[in-house]
Every structure is written in C-alpha cells, then in structure tokens.
Design a protein around this ligand. Structure first.
Ligand code: GDP
Length: 382
C-alpha cells in the first residue's frame, strides 16, 4: 500500500528524487567547542599546562565573565595554574594613540618568535573599552603577522568593570598564559591615564613608546609615566623624521637625568627605532635582556615581583570590599537618600559617609563572605 502516488511503480507523473539531507542547524565543530566549556577546574588546568590555546582562551573568558559561578571556577583554575606560573618576562608597553604600539608589537613579537625562539602572549588594559563597549588594544587585526603565528596568543582587553577589575583580570590572565608555556608576556595600554600604573604594577619592564613631534615633546609627557619607564623608545625614526627622532631622544635623556636613580639601580635608556621599517628592533630587545640580567643579578627582579604580589593582594581586598558594599541593594537604596541629603545641604559629605559605613557594618551585609579565593590566590603567589 503506497501512501503517495509518486511511490506507486505505475505512477507516470514526475518522479521524486531523494533530496539533499538537511544540514544540522548548528555547525558540529562549534557544538563540540561549546561542550568543552563544561570542563572541571582540574581539566582546564590540565589542558592549559599542555599548552592548549583553545582551552586557555576559554579559561580567560571565564576569568572575564561576570557570572558568580564562573568566577569561582576561574579562581580554582588560577590556583591550579599558579605553581607553573611566574616564569615569563612580563613587559608593559605604553604610548599615546598613534605612537605605533600595534605596529611595534607586531614587529617586536615577530623578532622574539623568529630570532629568539620565544612564545609570546599579548594582553591589554584598555580603560576606554568599557565606554566604547569594545576594546581596541590587543586586537588581533592590528597585529597582522603575529596573529597568524601559532606561538603567539593575542587577547584584547577585558571590557567590563572598573580599571581595577579590568587590571585584575589581565593579571590573572598572565598567570594562565605562563602556565600554558608563554615565556614572554606583553601588556599593552594607552599612555593617557591611570592604566599605566596598573600595568606597571604587573610587569618586569615598562617600555614607553614616544614620538618625535614638533619640538615640544617634553611638555606633553606626564612626568609620572616617564618616571615609571625602564626604557623609552622613540618610534618613527625613518626618512625625514630621523633627525627629529634623534633630537627627541637627546631631550628625553636629559630629562631622565633630572630624576633620581630608580630603586632597580638601572638608568633607563632611550633608543630610537622604526617599527614600520623594522629598524633598531634588535637593540630594543638587547636592552630588555640586559635589564633583566641586571635586575636578576642585583635581586631587584624578585623584590619587584614580591611588591607586586603584595600590591595585588591589597588591591583585590579593596576591590572585593568596594564591590560588596556597592552591590548590596539596601546600601544602594540608602545611598540615594544620603546623596540627596548631602546635595540639599542637610548633611555633610563626611557625616553621610560615616552613616553609610555604620549602616554597612552594623547590618548583616559585611558578614557574608564575599569570595576569599581571590585573596588566597595572590597571597600564595610569591
Ligand atoms: P597605535 O595607535 O599606538 O597602536 O599606533 P599604530 O601602530 O596603529 O600606528 C599609528 C600610525 O603610525 C599608523 O599609520 C602606522 O602606519 C604609523 N607608524 C607606526 N610605526 C611607524 C614607523 O615606524 N614609522 C612611520 N613612518 N610610521 C609608523
């Protein structure tokens, strides 16, 4: 018995051919990828330690996630990776937009990969990304050559949260990258605000990219940033710009002489180069190597890392306390009332702050343990 006339052997109408099999709605490759997210912390760590970049990326996504359940898992993964971390050379790279950071990082990275046999992770801290809802720094499309290299891992800045939160995530990502076998880590940032301090507090060498401008270079430099730099490199020393770059370098050298010798005992060097034309790149990395050898020998390398570990412990405590305070709905409600009272001159700012803190500490809010994992993580890092 045939349900359709077409299937009757005597049917003389149009034949029905076998159709094309329906394609699955989800790409099976992606389905597999999605499944892999259900790793336990131990599995994450195991894959990361084997150098599995896909799992490393997924773990970094966990670190960046806002979901509390991801947060706890991420902390466990970090703790498991900690013993295998700390072995890379961490370099902070800053410069104003247009200074040539992405061009330079691409060239520096290729030099380190091809001529020095290094494995490089490029991370970023971009304070503007929260507003723009997308980060530019550390973007693969800006580092064309490097992004095609299997020995390079490029990750844009985490985009959500306060600068402190973003910086903490980047610092945690460094730990995972090191556990995955990356022996060099770049942390990129824009030289326009507070973010340099955050980057400086997580790197071994701080590199400032400068431009030879119109002769008034020194006016535009924030003294604080220059003081933080272990090396200043003047980019775009090519073509007609060479003389200007040399002049700018001389001015920076003079300016540096006015600063006291840093704790490291290392006098910051000033070099010129061209990222675009690949000139002077080796000299920059010779300088970084020289610095690392110097501070390893005089003990400052450890001193700086220990100070950073301590700094991040306190930063993490501060961040957790702040978040816990502001995320409480009761506090949020009371804050609105206090804010109005302050604006209406019914209450001084200080009295209002005190009342808010009293409310917080006398209420039950402070008793809930927020997440002691983070604090433990950094305390055990040294
Ligand atoms: P970023 O904003 O700091 O990342 O800067 P980019 O790397 O995007 O560079 C800004 C502009 O400067 C681009 O148009 C580059 O092509 C150019 N640039 C970068 N490095 C050099 C260089 O060494 N010489 C010259 N002449 N131009 C460069």
């Amino acid at each position: 018995m045939h349900t359709h006339p077409e299937n009757d052997p005597h049917y003389a109408g149009l034949a029905v051919n076998e159709g094309v099999e329906t394609q699955p709605t989800v790409n099976p490759y992606l389905q597999n990828r999605a499944k892999r997210r259900d790793f336990t912390a131990a599995e994450y760590a195991e894959h990361i330690l084997k150098g599995n970049i896909t799992v490393l990326s997924q773990a970094v996504t966990l670190i960046e996630s806002q979901k509390p359940e991801h947060h706890a898992l991420a902390q466990e993964v970090i703790e498991k990776c900690l013993p295998s971390s700390g072995k890379s050379v961490r370099i902070g790279i800053t410069g104003v937009p247009g200074a040539g950071k992405s061009t330079s990082i691409d060239v520096f990275g290729m030099h380190l990969l091809k001529n020095c046999g290094r494995k490089l992770a490029v991370l970023a801290i971009d304070p503007s990304s929260e507003r723009s809802k997308g980060s530019i720094l550390g973007d693969k499309t800006r580092m064309e050559d490097l992004s095609r290299e299997p020995d390079a891992f490029i990750r844009p800045s985490p985009s959500a949260g306060s600068l402190g939160g973003v910086a903490r995530k980047t610092r945690e990502t460094i730990i995972l990258c090191e556990a995955a076998g990356f022996d060099t880590v770049f942390v990129e940032t824009v030289g326009v605000g507070q973010s340099e301090t955050a980057v400086h507090s997580m790197v071994d060498f701080f590199l400032l990219i400068q431009l030879a401008g119109t002769g008034d270079e020194l006016q535009g430099i924030k003294r604080g940033i220059m003081e933080m730099a272990d090396g200043i490199i003047v980019n775009k020393a090519d073509g007609e710009n060479i003389d200007k770059a040399n002049l700018a370098a001389a001015q920076y050298r003079n300016a540096l002489h006015l600063f006291p010798l840093p704790l490291s005992g290392w006098s910051p060097k000033v070099l010129t180069y061209s990222g675009y034309y690949n000139i002077g790149i080796k000299e920059i990395w010779d300088m970084v190597d020289e610095y690392i050898t110097f501070v390893r020998a005089n003990g400052y390398f450890e001193v700086r890392r220990n100070a950073q570990a301590k700094y991040w412990m306190y930063e993490s405590i501060n961040e957790q306390l702040r978040n816990h305070f502001y995320q409480s709905p009761e506090i949020e409600k009371a804050l609105q009332i206090k804010e109005k009272q302050v604006l209406d001159s019914e209450l001084s700012s200080f009295a209002a702050a005190q009342q808010m803190l009293d409310l917080y500490f006398q209420g039950n809010f402070a008793k809930t343990v927020c997440n002691s994992n983070i604090i433990r993580t950094f305390a055990t890092e040294i």
